[in-house]
Design a protein around this ligand. Structure first.
Ligand code: GLU
Length: 485
């Protein structure tokens, strides 16, 4: 670790999913390290886990891998500051707590649960927020030793000054400070000897040589206390970058529990990783200039802290879909087909339909892959539809003209032997003038009759070709019967 090296970390708790806000934090953290030729570190913060979520840590690895955010150090790749999982660092924290006790910045607290509960209830009655009254700070050295020798359970608390201010400088929020007397003497080491989340976080950041802490602004209120710890140890605090939140709307943050998607959800819905990354990076960061499309590699060259937003960002599915559609357009036809195939298979039997042709027809009109089954399922089975669909002003189509058009086109189709798009097109187009109808008057009802849909991938000929001759004629006959009645 050279002293000038930028070292950033992503410190997720294993919750079982990758929240989009966390993905964005990881992305910014990664990009900042890359831009500055530093190190990006992954640390798993699992001290406060009530219960272990099976597979949750694995999911963090796979999510980061999918996103392309390769870490230089972490539980699975090792590094000089390991272990990188908090629960494996258990023994590392107590010596630091003891060091603070020595210097007077922390103290043993032997208060019983009963005493604390009482004090808490009292505070509540008075409408105050509970603050520990420093009762045990005033124990004598001898009293403390006696209790320790007798095995009285204890916690170790931070000795927050009662006067003055605790503050820090944040890249986004500027100088943040609070009056020390508003801060509680938080527990650093719990009765079971394990660190609290807040303490472990500070010790880990320092012992891992983290130079820049980027995280959600929900940690803004804890940071003054964290900073007091840095001061107590005489350590140089990291550069703090508290990111403004990703909101679902003007009222609330994006939340998996409220049904907002996680990174995995978006991938499962058929969003492209590149599109998600591109959209997420701009959700809270602006590049210099008008450019909107960036690969991860390009972002590694241009990402900076100056572009970070000072206000919350609203997650906008419409904009994300737009990005995704743009990225879908950029796929080669082969790539598109490969990605579209599992979605086509949800609706269609690959033995019965020409997926390659469907791929060509769908690429320009697909925003998200999960739209595909709904765009093609009419091919497998003729859907219900309203007769109103035949009525179209622009095509000069009425129910009457549609009836005539189907009666006209059916024998024309029956006469076509080589059922190709080209022949369908050439024969039908050549025949239409004999009918005395306009092209649209024939083609509109033909397409409705065989698809039951207002909009379809491809026109009447493409759909007829996909369906095959027999099915096309059958659908037209069915449609004639429906219009008749
Ligand atoms: N473990 C915290 C979380 O998942 C991250 C806190 C931090 O980055 O300091 O929200």
């Amino acid at each position: 670790m050279s002293s000038m090296e930028v070292r950033t970390r992503f410190a997720p708790s294993p919750t079982g999913y990758m929240h989009l806000g966390n993905l964005r934090t990881a992305l910014y953290t990664y990009l900042y390290a890359r831009r500055n030729h530093g190190k990006f570190i992954l640390r798993i913060e699992d001290t406060d886990q009530e219960r272990e979520v099976p597979g949750a840590v694995e999911l963090i690895y796979t999510s980061l891998k999918t996103a392309g955010l390769t870490h230089d150090e972490g539980p699975d790749v090792g590094g000089p500051c390991g272990p990188y999982v908090q629960s494996e660092r258990k023994k590392m924290y107590m010596p630091y707590a003891k060091q603070l006790i020595e210097s007077g910045h922390a103290y043993y607290c032997f208060c019983t649960k009963e005493r604390l509960d009482e004090a808490r209830a009292e505070a509540e009655k008075k409408g105050e927020t509970f603050k520990y009254d420093k009762h045990c700070l005033h124990l004598s050295k001898e009293e403390i030793q006696q209790k320790l020798d007798a095995g009285v359970p204890y916690v170790i608390r931070q000795n927050v000054p009662t006067t003055g201010k605790a503050g820090f400088d944040d890249v986004i929020y500027g100088h943040v400070e609070v009056d020390c007397d508003t801060l509680d003497d938080n527990v650093l080491i719990k009765a079971d000897g394990l660190p609290t989340y807040n303490f472990a976080n500070v010790i880990d950041d320092h012992t891992m040589g983290i130079t820049h802490v980027m995280r959600g602004n929900e940690y803004l209120s804890s940071a003054p206390k964290y900073n007091l710890l840095y001061e107590a140890f005489g350590w140089k605090p990291p550069v703090y970058v508290h990111l403004t939140p990703v909101m679902a709307n003007a009222q609330r943050k994006l939340s998996k529990r409220k049904g907002d998607p996680s990174f995995e959800d978006l991938l499962n819905q058929g969003y492209l990783t590149e599109a998600i990354i591109n959209y997420m990076v701009l959700l809270g960061w602006s590049p210099r200039g008008e450019r909107e499309f960036f690969t991860l590699k390009e972002l590694e060259e241009v990402f900076d802290l100056e572009g970070l937003s000072k206000s919350p960002s609203i997650f906008d599915t419409v904009k994300l879909n737009w990005f995704n559609a743009e990225y879908i357009r950029k796929l080669s036809p082969e790539e598109f087909l490969e990605k579209a195939t599992p979605w086509l298979e949800k609706a269609l039997d690959p033995k019965k339909f020409d997926f390659a042709r469907l791929g060509q027809l769908l690429q320009a009109r697909t925003e998200v892959f999960n739209q595909i089954p709904g765009m093609v399922d009419f091919l497998a089975e003729m859907p219900e539809y309203e007769l109103d669909l035949y009525v179209n002003k622009k095509q000069k189509s009425t129910l009457e003209s549609a009836k005539a058009a189907l009666a006209f086109v059916k024998p024309v189709l029956e006469g076509i032997d080589s059922w190709t798009e080209e022949d369908l097109h050439d024969v039908v187009m050549a025949a239409i003038p004999e009918s005395g109808m306009k092209n649209g008057q024939v083609l509109w009802p033909m397409r409705i009759a065989i698809s039951g849909r207002m909009s379809t991938p491809g026109g009447a000929f493409e759909i007829a070709c996909l369906l095959g001759k027999e099915e096309t004629i059958r659908r037209i006959e069915e449609a004639e019967k429906r219009i008749q009645n």
